[in-house]
Design a protein around this ligand. Structure first.
Ligand code: PLP
Length: 421
């Protein structure tokens, strides 16, 4: 559940009517609910109760510093995938010991930055990366705590672009190579092996692929321990899906996921880390947009919005579905008709939905894209020189702009015209 509900016919974020925010700051904008973020983090935390654990929010899904501070204050760690994300996590006050560094392409600078600032562990994704990290750590007189990300070769049965745990995917090292690489890591002076990492993909709607992967991790843990490695931490990645309100698809609940983790890995006595992104942030955010025009085409009707693919890329990028609802609740029984919901960007790909059944809407009306908290604002760009979409956080009856819409001047002054032109 989330905290975006109609009250007396108006869509609210907690105790704030979304149309009042639109009147103050204009559209489009993202709006997040603190209560929803808090609730979703709590569900994971509770699901792992009884195990020594840390929930590391995958901040690539939503990286605003205010959101990170909210989650950090609840005790969350974060999973970062770049130096920029690491800097944001620190700016939000998240201590180094709660920061996990993932990603297939960490640079030397990023490694040094995190070693200097402090971190929980690097999730290493290849042998060459292991050797570079060893060199960087030794040059600083440090030992880098690591897990090795293994690729368990299970098909997460999700969208092609977000499956990461098959052998043809670029992530991790093959399970069959893991023991060799751990043996190599054990003799590197700049490396301290602390555990194993796995992340098989995103938007999973069944527990079966997780369970298959975690079973393999349990066996690997025992093998590596028999080889003499101190495997004390298991990072299980993220990837639990959320309902995007289509086809009544109901992904498993965090509590079911937690029970499965207890069942498959609980006996090993390891510290458990998980890295949920979308399930914490996805349904905690909406994108609010205004209808600019209703254009009657020859055989279809286009609803042209002031939000575009630069503001919310998921439909163009993954063919993703987002429920779109009017800010004014339609009366029960209002007839719907199919419309194409599109943005103003000069690309045919700037289409949010085709033949979507919608209640009647006119120019000037407001709509909200639901489930837009994850991979929404973070993927936005200024394509077509459209200013970056602002973000608002609501908690109870408080609301605050947590990233302002840049002015045209802000945008333009980042460009530099060389003196020789
Ligand atoms: C993207 C990612 C996550 C989060 O995935 P969600 O589907 O948002 O839960 C976690 N860990 C790693 C390594 C990732 O790349």
């Amino acid at each position: 559940m989330d905290h975006f509900l109609y009250r007396d016919g108006r869509l609210f974020a907690e105790d704030v009517a979304l149309d009042t925010i639109a009147a103050e700051i204009g559209t489009p904008f993202y709006c997040y609910s603190a209560a929803t973020l808090t609730r979703h983090f709590g569900l994971f935390d509770e699901a792992l109760e009884g195990l020594d654990h840390l929930v590391c929010f995958a901040m690539k899904s939503l990286s605003n510093v205010a959101v990170l501070k909210l989650l950090g204050d609840l005790g969350a760690g974060v999973d970062v995938v770049s130096g920029g994300e690491y800097a944001r996590a620190r700016a939000a006050g998240i201590p180094g010991e709660r920061i996990v560094f993932s990603g297939v392409g960490k640079t030397r600078d990023e490694m040094a930055q995190a070693l200097e600032g402090g971190l929980r562990q690097f999730n290493v994704e290849s042998e060459p990366e292991l050797l570079v990290l060893d060199a960087v750590a030794r040059s600083m007189g440090r030992r880098a705590p690591i897990t090795l990300r293994v690729n368990p070769d299970v098909d997460a049965q999700t969208h092609e672009k977000i499956a990461t745990g098959r052998k043809e995917d670029k992530f991790g090292v093959p399970l069959a190579r893991a023991r060799d690489i751990y043996a190599q890591a054990a003799i590197l002076e700049g490396i301290e092996v602390v555990g194993i990492d796995v992340h098989i993909g995103s938007q999973l709607t069944s527990l079966a692929p997780f369970e298959a992967a975690y079973g393999k991790i349990a066996r690997l843990t025992e093998e590596l321990r028999a080889d003499g490695h101190d495997i004390r931490r298991l990072d299980l990645g993220g990837g639990l899906g959320i309902p995007y309100i289509r086809d009544n698809e109901m992904p498993p609940l965090p509590s079911d996921y937690g029970a499965m983790v207890h069942r498959t890995l609980g006996h090993l006595g390891c510290e458990i880390e998980i890295e949920p992104g979308r399930l914490i942030s996805g349904n905690a955010g909406v994108l609010v947009s205004r209808v600019l025009y209703v254009k009657e085409g020859e055989d279809r009707t286009f609803l042209i919005l002031d939000a575009g693919m630069n503001d919310l890329a998921r439909p163009a990028m993954y063919g993703a579905w987002h429920d779109v609802v009017p800010l004014v609740e339609p009366a029960a029984g209002t007839p719907r008709r199919p419309v194409d919901i599109v943005g103003p960007v000069c690309e045919s790909g700037d289409t949010f939905a085709r033949a979507r059944d919608m209640p009647p809407l006119a120019a000037g009306d407001l709509v909200a894209f639901r489930s837009a908290g994850a991979y929404g604002a973070v993927m936005s760009s200024e394509y077509n020189s459209r200013p970056l979409v602002p973000e608002v956080l609501v908690r109870g009856d408080h609301s605050a702009v947590i990233r302002a819409r840049p002015t045209f001047d802000d945008m333009i002054k980042r460009d530099i015209v060389p003196s020789w032109l």
